[in-house]
Design a protein around this ligand. Structure first.
Ligand code: OXD
Ligand code: MN
Length: 596
């Protein structure tokens, strides 16, 4: 390891925060960049960095008439998704990380990472990116500082977080911050580590430039470190959308929803209701599409806010039909990652409204034609854009007090067994519904269909501590709430006997949100079933749906044998948490069996 003591030239305004300055200097001595650039998050700085990124081949400017302010970035081909096998929780003992996380002892991880980071930024700039997660002035907001050698990361962090002065104002002269050290290294997957040190409030990420591995405010801070802080400070950091539903009285009911990746969370957060519902005065507004931080307030209500300031959404499948709001969001000042480039300088992906182009460049920049046999856009291609692009952004999205949560939705992709909609009997039953959530893998991902992967609260890859303790934390939270939100289980993906979806999904999910909203306000009854409360068919708005009643009944059917097998699988999953598994949740599964 070569640690030189020569001073490294620096640009930009240093903040008046001694611990931050010391840490930046220490990190620079380790990484040996040619310069240190203190970022302020301004538009001038962004323009400068964009120019630099274009000159370096990191960004390709798109057709500025059709897509003003938009750029395309192509990832290293081996670096296009989160890498769970390279992701570690580095707690003093393995037990604290639990059986669902990769673990490394902190001393070993630091020793290994110091070797990797040593001299890793030679010949490159180290950007210092102060960033704020959450609305400025909020008691729940957190500050991080990311040191990175990637301009792409800096420009994305500018869209995804509150970057620069807004973060430093929140930090003050001696505020706490998460120390986030990042280098793309040589993009070598054998030297790729995303390490979290919850006890040190630190994240070290090496060898990847991909969003979830490199934009350290998102999954790393807002979920893994956030969940650990939440456990200690009495709040919840969740992999949840946050939205408002406006009903014909004009009232807005706020709900959060946890769904594993690829279950339509962004589409639900930006749902456009069917015309008939809109005409009656129903509508939705978005607060967040991926992460919610929630805490009880002084009155014992649960309040939530979105810590992110932007979207990092999946592009394929997005169209004017499936998600017109997302199409509006990414129509300007957006960074596209790994989509296809058309000859006219605009972009294309599978599932866009236009048919496949006769020719284009695929996500790797290679000539592509429809007969190529592979996809033009990477299935995990993304758009990065600020929340403010959303024409249906809630006026409360930046409220430092957050919004009161009336309903929590848990959902997954289940082709059988799990009904379209049910409501938990109470908080503990709802926690059980979240803890037993699961989703099916698709053929494309694994070569096998119908393999059920348990993903409690959609947090399996994101919980920064032992999942048994996480379930306890959820149960304890209920005890602190005087008016806990109602909890619902949804499954948009149940199939009929021919393998066709029973429910149309997308905008028609509004029909289910209407029932949920009416339940929250005590405006509609429900039927008690062994699994929970279910809607009466006549209470669900089915107008205009083909064979609506029949399909809803099929989507709600309870197959008792399938449920007995489901509960056996849940119990097997729970067993890995040993003594830390709350008995209350095992008792809940016992009660379902008895009711069946
Ligand atoms: C995401 C994910 O990128 O959940 O949001 O994988
Ligand atoms: Mn996510």
């Amino acid at each position: 390891m070569s640690i030189s003591s020569t001073t490294i030239p620096a640009q930009g305004q240093r903040p008046n925060h001694a611990a931050l300055q010391r840490w930046v200097e220490e990190s620079a001595r380790l990484c040996q960049p040619s310069t240190i650039v203190w970022c302020d998050g301004s538009a001038e700085e962004a323009a400068r960095l964009q120019q630099r990124a274009v000159a370096d081949g990191v960004l390709i400017p798109l057709n500025q008439q059709a897509l003003p302010g938009c750029f395309l970035h192509r990832s290293h081909p081996n670096d296009t998704a989160r890498t769970e096998r390279c992701t570690f929780i580095c707690t003093p003992t393995k037990e604290l990380a639990g059986p669902t996380n990769n673990w490394m002892a902190p001393d070993d991880a630091y020793a290994l990472l110091r070797r990797e980071f040593s001299g890793a930024m030679r010949g490159r700039a180290m950007y210092v990116v102060p960033f704020l997660m959450g609305p400025p002035g909020s008691v729940l907001a957190k500050v991080g500082v990311e040191l990175t050698d990637s301009i792409y990361v800096v420009l994305n962090m500018r869209l995804m977080t509150g970057m620069g002065g807004i973060a430093l104002d929140q930090l003050g002269r001696d505020g706490a911050f998460t120390r986030c050290l990042h280098s793309v290294g040589t993009y070598d997957p054998d030297h790729r580590y995303i390490c979290h040190f919850p006890q040190d409030n630190a994240i070290w990420s090496f060898g990847s430039g991909y969003g979830g591995n490199a934009l350290l405010g998102k999954k790393c801070l807002a979920l893994r470190i956030g969940s650990y802080l939440g456990q200690h400070e009495g709040w919840l950091a969740e992999h949840m959308l946050l939205m408002g539903v406006k009903d014909p009285t004009g009232a807005i009911t706020y709900l959060t929803g946890a769904f594993p990746s690829a279950c339509g969370k962004t589409n639900l957060a930006m749902l456009t209701p069917p015309a008939a519902a809109l005409a009656k005065g129903w509508n939705t507004e978005t607060l967040g599409d991926d992460i919610a931080w929630m805490a009880p307030d002084a009155q014992g209500a649960l309040r939530a806010m979105n810590p992110e300031h932007g979207y990092f959404g999946v592009v394929p499948g997005t169209s004017l039909t499936t998600n017109p709001t997302a199409m509006a969001i990414m129509s300007h000042d957006t960074i596209y990652t790994n989509v296809a480039l058309l000859p006219d300088g605009t972009v294309w992906w599978e599932g866009k409204d236009e048919p496949p182009p006769a020719q284009c460049l695929d996500w790797q920049g290679q000539p592509w034609a429809p007969a190529c046999g592979h996809k033009a856009a990477h299935p995990n291609s993304r758009f990065t854009a600020p929340l403010t692009h959303n024409p249906h952004l809630s006026p409360k999205a930046r409220d430092p007090c957050g919004v009161p949560v009336s309903a929590i939705l848990f959902g997954g992709w289940r082709s059988a067994t799990v009904p379209l909609i049910l409501e938990a009997f109470d908080w503990a039953h709802g926690v059980y519904l979240g803890a037993t959530m699961a989703s099916e893998t698709t053929a494309a991902a694994t070569g096998q269909t119908g393999v059920v992967r348990r993903d409690p609260m959609a947090m399996l890859p994101f919980c920064g501590y032992h999942m048994g303790d996480y379930f306890r934390h959820w149960l304890a939270m209920g005890a602190r709430l005087k008016s806990p939100p109602r909890i619902f289980l949804v499954n948009w993906f149940r199939n009929d006997a021919r393998g066709q979806f029973l429910w149309p999904g997308f905008g028609d999910n509004m029909r289910i949100l209407q029932w949920i909203t009416d339940r929250c306000h005590g405006r509609v009854g429900a039927i008690e079933t062994p699994l929970g409360w279910m809607p009466r068919v006549e209470d669900v708005n089915l107008s205009g749906l083909d064979r609506g009643r029949e399909r809803l009944e099929q989507a709600q059917a309870i197959d008792r044998d399938a449920w007995k097998r489901e509960i056996a699988a849940q119990r097997e999953f729970f067993a890995q948490f040993g003594d830390r598994m709350p008995q209350e949740l095992i008792a809940q599964s016992e009660r379902v069996l008895q009711r069946l």
